[in-house]
Design a protein around this ligand. Structure first.
Ligand SMILES: [Ca+2]
Length: 123
């Protein structure tokens, strides 16, 4: 089983751990590179989520646009209609016909782990 698959199996235990550590988000600090990457993920998600309907979730059209514009070269044919339908259905884990940031975040984590595995394999 790859790390990216394992990552998707129990994200709740990780969030419970982080909550128990009383993680805080101060807005007046100088952000590290990882914190900057997190802020960029949030702002980019909100940019697409805010185009139609609920401004904090992606509908299928918003997800397709985000995939094409932000991950197009990486995902290749994943922006075909059938592929977008499959990705949307897979991400929408609570089946409310929208993709919230938590659902989107799982895809970004999974892709990031896959990138890491790919580059480790190149060494
Ligand atoms: Ca959803």
């Amino acid at each position: 089983m790859s790390a990216s698959v394992r990552l998707l199996q129990d994200p709740l235990s990780l969030s419970r751990l982080l909550e128990s550590l009383q993680v805080s988000f101060e807005s007046n600090i100088i952000m590290s590179e990882i914190q900057t990457a997190m802020a960029l993920l949030i702002s980019n998600f909100e940019k697409y989520a805010g185009r139609e309907g609920d401004k904090h979730t992606l509908n299928k059209a918003e997800l397709k646009e985000l995939l094409q514009n932000e991950l197009g070269e990486m995902l290749g044919k994943a922006t075909d209609k059938a592929a977008v339908d499959r990705i949307f259905n897979e991400l929408d884990s609570n089946k409310d016909n929208s993709v919230d940031f938590e659902e989107f975040g799982k895809m970004i984590c999974c892709l990031t782990v896959m990138c890491h595995e790919y580059f480790i394999g190149k060494k």
